[in-house]
Design a protein around this ligand. Structure first.
Ligand SMILES: Cc1ncc(COP(=O)(O)O)c(C=O)c1O
Length: 396
């Protein structure tokens, strides 16, 4: 089908939640490149919104997924699953968590973490602890509880009244955080680097303060690692980059290398709050997604992918900072590893994004001034040189 035929069907039959999409449809991918219906090839610096960490057509991921498809795709959690058990083991052995639960998306993972926190306090005989503190400009998902958690009015407005009590405070403002804490606070839930609102990292001091407050007041520290996790920030999880241990953390996006997946992990005493019947899922933890997760985590830890993200990320920051100097058009470069926000001085993000696309580079834009750059973690220094060259021309 041609792009215009596909667009016509979309206009007629698909719910209008995405409005006018970027006028592209991809038919195949290889490495960090995507080929569109008209044959044009793009280098992807957005990776399906920080998902395709191993890029496209990854030889091992493809081979293992094909093998799994020929064996069994789904059996349900009525039965045991080898890859599920192995992936849980890999995540526990490489993080501060003791137990894991798998689901299908980021929102579902956060929803599960919120339920676990509430159940923990019910089990402890403190059912009044029902308040959650999250940050302004955060993004935690599209289910009703995670929309309430999300600190952005635009996502909440049509769905009020919202279910849970979430209090939103400014990022990196310790006093505001302290003022928001009450006897009813169950958890503080944060993205260590806010992705969707423009790549805003927490300061190390603020993260340390969160941990301290949580310890002092018996509050649960939940890290939403849906975007920051799975090597994105140059460590398996961003809380490792910050050197802290959350009580519960969530994951999704990169974990399946493109196969839908989600999960949350917890330290033992919190994980113990769930007993049989408290939580569940039909598809979550299915053999196909779990096989993908096993490959991804192994490639991250033993195939050098995290090391690459760290090394190429550092190079990318250096080159972007040089470009900021020479072009005079960039206000700030921020983030960690290969999760990068480029804020322009002027409101050029949309036009510059379109020009980058013309030059064969896909980027994410946020608002009018920011590029969100989250390429596959297999990106090379020479890919970065190409990107910097193209951006330099666009800015000139
Ligand atoms: C930090 C964060 N949390 C939660 C979500 C929701 O994930 P999903 O779209 O898989 O439900 C996202 C998605 O962008 C995210 O970036």
């Amino acid at each position: 089908m041609t792009l215009s035929e596909i667009r016509e069907l979309d206009r007629k039959y698909y719910m209008n939640t995405f409005g006018d999409r970027t006028p592209l449809c991809f038919t195949k991918g290889n490495g960090i490149e995507l080929t569109a219906t008209d044959g044009k090839v793009y280098k992807d610096f957005f990776a399906g919104i920080a998902v395709n960490c191993l890029g496209y057509g990854h030889e091992r991921l493809t081979r293992e997924l094909c093998d799994q498809v020929t064996k069994v795709i789904h059996t349900s959690n009525i039965y045991y699953g080898e890859s599920q058990a192995r992936l849980a083991q890999a995540l526990v052995e490489n993080t501060c968590a003791d137990r894991v639960f798998f689901c299908n998306s980021g929102a579902e993972a956060n929803e599960g973490a919120i339920k676990l926190a509430k159940k923990y306090f019910v089990m402890k005989g403190q059912p009044e602890r029902i308040e959650f503190i999250t940050l302004k400009n955060s993004f935690h998902g599209r289910t009703l509880a995670t929309v309430a958690a999300t600190g952005q009015e635009k996502y909440q407005k049509p769905y009020k009244p919202l279910l849970e009590k979430f209090i939103h405070v400014e990022i990196n403002d310790t006093d505001a955080l302290k003022r928001a804490v009450t006897d009813k606070t169950a958890a503080i839930m944060v993205e260590l680097i806010q992705g969707e609102s423009g790549v805003h990292p927490m300061t190390r001091e603020y993260v340390t303060e969160i941990v301290k407050i949580c310890k002092e007041k018996g509050i649960i520290f939940i890290a939403d690692e849906i975007q920051t996790g799975i090597g994105r920030c140059g460590e398996l999880f961003a809380h490792q980059y910050y050197g802290v241990e959350p009580d519960i953390f969530t994951m999704a996006k990169g974990l399946g290398g493109g196969v839908p997946i989600g999960g949350f992990a917890a330290k033992q005493k919190f994980a113990d709050a769930f007993v049989p019947g408290d939580h569940g899922t039909t598809f979550g933890g299915n053999p196909l997604a779990m096989r993908a997760g096993c490959v991804v985590i192994d490639e991250m830890l033993n195939g050098g992918v995290i090391d690459n993200a760290r090394e190429v990320g550092t190079y990318f920051f250096e080159k972007l900072n040089e470009l900021a100097e020479t072009s005079g058009k960039i206000a700030e470069v921020r983030g960690a590893g290969l999760m990068i926000g480029i804020e322009f001085k002027d409101e050029i993000a949309k036009s510059a994004g379109a020009e980058m696309r013309e030059k064969g580079y896909l980027v994410g834009t946020i608002g009018t001034k920011v590029f969100r750059i989250v390429p596959p973690l297999i990106v090379t220094k020479s890919d970065i040189d190409g990107f910097i060259g193209a951006l330099g021309e666009v800015l000139a």
